[in-house]
Write a protein that binds this ligand. Structure first.
Ligand code: FAD
Length: 381
């Protein structure tokens, strides 16, 4: 077996390495990660860690048992696909197989004032220390991260203001009609929709209309961008993430990409999809490993799945809806959002969302992509 070099220190990297060993790969494995930590999990950062219930979220990763040489605090800086050489801040590595799993970096707003983002364990611990009772916390973006941070910040007694450019929280992700049903959840937050931020200043936030909003803590949660800038000039095809086929293969021999850094071809949708969910980053590892070890790995193109814990509820979402889909919204007797189905013009169930309906997720994962009328019965009661 040759040498496999894995770049990244998240779920995609950790799962790829454990799968390589499970598949009896016996060659050397080098892990290159920019962070000082061994691979850890991110979803708990905005949940358990921020609440103060955990201080670390290490993934199962026994360096010795796995036989991995780990290079922490080492960033990949360039790639020569012809010479099969990876350049890093810690020197050069040659590879037979290379796994690109560098994840994504938070997008920031302009301004030189202090602006926290939440992507790493260190980010989470730094933010937690600032979420004190009475602290004036301004969140930029009522996104998934914004909603989870708002939940914890309010529970810790902070005075939370959330600035959202759109009409409703999560309007872009879910569509206004569905997202409107989540508005009541924000009752303890000073939520200001239709509000754009010009810049973060030393003492707070300046809005697009020039209004100054003082803040003790500013947290930006307006999305992420695949961490692939270092691959410029490598010859790899990059759109937003590294483009791969439905088998995690880039165009370069021996190079695979997965997780938040990758944009994988989806035969299901006919385009390259940037998925950005925990489930996909882990599940794609089996395919990435098969692509490294065999000539003809099976295609990987499941309906995407993610969850979010916010305001005491669990949202779960399966599939991906289209802008023109028909939306069918079910509410509880009390009028709370219960579940949503999106159905396209051909009558196919494209996506399902449930609120506190964890038992329906398995059924939804089977039903998405199939004709709606035959598949929704199991989901709707
Ligand atoms: P990452 O976990 O981002 O790991 C990438 C690693 O690569 C990082 O350690 C990074 O430092 C390193 N790296 C980057 N560039 C370089 C370089 N040049 N050289 C070396 N190393 C580099 N998803 C859900 O489905 N549900 C949730 O509830 C949910 N909650 C989340 C909460 C938070 C706070 C965050 C940040 C994410 C959440 N996600 C959630 C998304 C999920 O965590 C990601 O989809 C997942 O972490 C992607 O894994 P990854 O291994 O591709 O990338």
């Amino acid at each position: 077996d040759g040498t496999v070099v894995v770049v990244g220190g998240g779920l995609a990297a950790a799962r790829t390495i454990s799968t390589l060993r499970r598949k009896k790969f016996t060659g050397p494995i080098e892990l290159i990660t920019a962070e000082e930590h061994l691979p850890y999990d991110r979803p708990p950062l905005s949940k358990d860690v921020l609440r103060g219930e955990r201080d670390q979220t290490a993934l199962p990763f026994d360096t010795e048992k796995l036989g991995v040489r780990v290079h922490t605090g080492t960033a990949a800086t360039g790639l020569d696909t012809e010479g099969r050489r990876l350049h890093t801040t810690g020197g050069e590595f040659t590879y037979d197989g290379l796994v690109l799993a560098t994840g994504a970096d938070p997008v920031r707003v302009p301004g030189d004032g202090p602006q926290l983002t939440l992507r790493t364990l260190d980010d989470a611990l730094a933010l937690r220390a600032r979420l004190q009772p009475g602290a004036r916390v301004v969140l930029i973006g009522a996104s998934w991260i914004g909603a989870e941070v708002a939940t914890v910040a309010a529970a810790r007694g902070a005075e939370v203001t959330c600035l959202e450019a759109g009409d409703v929280p999560l309007g872009v992700a879910l569509g206004t009609e569905v997202a409107r049903h989540l508005l009541p959840w924000w009752s303890d937050i000073d939520l200001r929709c239709g509000t754009s931020v010009a810049q973060v200043r030393r003492d707070g936030v300046e809005l697009a209309d020039g209004t100054a909003l003082p803040a003790d803590v500013v947290v930006t949660g307006i999305g992420v961008r695949p961490a692939v800038g270092w691959l410029a000039g490598s010859g790899l095809q990059i759109d937003r993430g590294v483009l791969t086929d439905e088998r995690c293969r880039t165009g370069a021999p021996g190079v695979v990409a997965l997780g938040d850094a990758a944009q994988r071809w989806s035969p299901r949708t006919g385009r390259h999809e940037l998925i950005e969910h925990w489930d996909d980053a882990g599940a794609a590892a089996a395919t990435a490993v098969a692509a490294l070890l065999t000539e003809d790995p099976p295609a990987f193109d499941p309906a995407p799945y993610f969850w979010s814990d916010q305001f005491g509820r669990k949202i779960q979402y399966v599939g991906r809806h289209g802008a023109g889909d028909t939306v069918s919204i079910q509410t509880t007797d009390a009028g709370d959002l219960d579940s949503v189905q999106w159905i396209d013009a051909a009558g196919t169930l494209t996506a399902w969302l449930g609120v506190d309906r964890p038992r329906d997720v398995v059924a939804a994962r089977t039903a998405v992509g199939l004709p709606a009328e035959t598949e929704t019965a199991a989901l709707s009661n």
